[in-house]
Design a binder for this molecule. Sequence first.
Ligand code: EPZ
Length: 417
Amino acid sequence: MPARLEIEGGVPLRGTVKVSAAKNATLPAMAAALLTAAPVTLGNAPDLADVRTMTRLLETLGGTVSRRPGGLSVQVAGVTSDLAPYELVSTMRASVLVLGPLVARHGTARVALPGGCAIGPRPIDQHLKGLGKLGAEIAIENGYVIARASRLKAARITTDLVTVTGTENLMMAAVLAEGTTVIENAAREPEVVDLATLLTAMGARIQGAGTARIEIEGVAELRGAVHRVVPDRVEAGTLIVAAAITRGDVTVTDLVPDHISSVLAKLDEIGVVLETGPTWVRARGPERLRPADVTTSPFPGFPTDMQAQVMTLLGLADGQSRVTETIFENRFMHVAELARMGARIETDGAIAVIRGVPCYQGAPVMASDLRASAALVLAGLAAHGTTIVSRVYHLDRGYERLEAKLGGLGARIERRA
Ligand code: EPZ
């Protein structure tokens, strides 16, 4: 896929656009297929770079993944390798999601440590501590986690911090453990709930998903299932901001408004005109945007994955805003690029102070991570002139056909080699 997007800014987006299924629910759901020899079908799995990476990873472990119209099926009839190699894990941190199910199904796992990424070191110590409590022997050798357990045993686990994939890994390990496991301080994200829904359809016994206390009663084995993945709340939020920042009028459909209530509340405060239905949100961009302060926090707080997008919007507001990023150490990579388009943003550690400007100027900019690249596309849609966003392979990891969706709303956006 060519790696640049060329955007002619200044066009108010109008029309209706459908949200795809969530990347961050599809990836754990694919890993869950390791827990059974039967097929797991995800009827609406999105076609994303990260989904293709997880496909390759499951195939190296002995799985077969078949794409079908709109979705995919994963079947791991037998685990033929327990190795998640560095060259795959280093491109996608979510590869670590095979660790829990591999140990639970196969008894051993060798998973490369994910290492850092653009937004911070992102260790997996909570994943390993929890697996240890479940009876796995954990060693770190030559940059790999080596985990082994003849049979995992239930435990009471309290994670030191809220971790989304940590909660998901431990839930997938516990479903086949002997006895009843309790995870305290669990992540409450909708993607965690969606994974619990799939695991339950596979025969797992899980209570409390979506709360900070999840109880899992281990079973002897799991069956296959057919599952529809929850809509992508981050894509939904991104498309709503696109409407707002271009002073457009867009109805975003096939989403769960409750999954982005913190985002909708903040956009309302900023002055975006919102109407919410059971599975849709209509967003109209106001003439003037009001400044606001944003602090990211675990669900149901304001999601870190929407921080770069809302900062881009606040960059055009009438006044000064503050954005505090509490989840990741280095998630302001978009600031320097936005500044090249005329934004006035000062960062100091976890805090960014944004002084609104009347408009952005189109410019050549470079994406650094998935959500930063979305923010640069949003800035380009609003800017006067032409913006070229390079390294959009970051964008392709988590947004399905974004330029087609935006083009369908009137945006002048083309992919260029
Ligand atoms: C998930 O990442 C998402 N990815 C991220 O989305 C999202 O930003 C993040 O949750 C927070 O909501 C997937 O679900 C595939 P964490 P995850 O474990 O699970 C620290 C996107 O753009 N931590 O909740 O990796 C960690 O360093 C991506 O779609 C530990 O210290 O995030 C971070 O600072 C980006 N030790 C914080 O906790 C651990 O063992 C939250 O991390 C685990 C995490």
